[in-house]
Design a protein around this ligand. Structure first.
Ligand code: THU
Length: 160
């Protein structure tokens, strides 16, 4: 029997002005995408923006449905939109932001478990980490160096 350490680190920024220009610009794309979310049921609007290695930015936002489970998160809309258009893409980073018309979202909103799993497939396939930068509407911003650092002991195709 032995105990192991699971290490991952994150950077916490106090506000957007502390981000690098690249991260700041990508977050602006996520904010614009968030404003176009279709979330009439949860009223929780999420925007995501992917920066590809070739410099292209692909955005997505959550899309809900009156049949609630049929909706989809912003992150998966964005990654599938990108993957379907650019199957050989390398994703450098993803910025995520959430805002609600019911409450002020003032803490960073990380990707849900299903989105982490989905994004991890792309990170594994491209053999390069995807940085994740996430925030609410206001307040702190969190940045992690890779997707898998948010998903220890994850499931992948090697188990199949
Ligand atoms: N949502 C996202 O878009 N991304 C996440 O990572 C968490 C949740 C969406 C799904 C749903 O439309 C709304 O937020 C409330 O859960």
């Amino acid at each position: 029997m032995k105990e192991i350490q699971i290490n991952s680190s994150a950077i916490i920024y106090e506000d957007l002005s502390e981000l690098s220009k690249e991260d700041f610009d990508l977050m602006q794309h996520a904010i614009e995408a968030r404003k176009k979310a279709y979330a009439p049921y949860s009223k929780f609007n999420v925007g995501a923006a992917l920066l590809l290695h070739n410099g292209k930015v692909i955005t997505g936002n959550n899309q809900e449905s009156a049949a609630y489970p049929s909706g989809m998160c912003a992150e998966r809309v964005a990654i599938w939109k990108a993957g379907s258009e650019f199957p050989d893409m390398i994703v450098k980073k993803i910025a995520i932001t959430a805002a609600s018309s019911e409450t002020k979202v003032n803490k960073p909103v990380g990707p849900c478990g299903a989105c982490r799993q989905t994004l991890s497939e792309y990170e594994i396939n491209q053999k390069q980490p995807i940085e994740i930068i996430f925030m609410g509407e206001i307040g702190q911003i969190i940045k992690t160096e890779s997707l898998l650092s948010l998903l220890p002991f994850s499931f992948d195709s090697s188990y199949l």
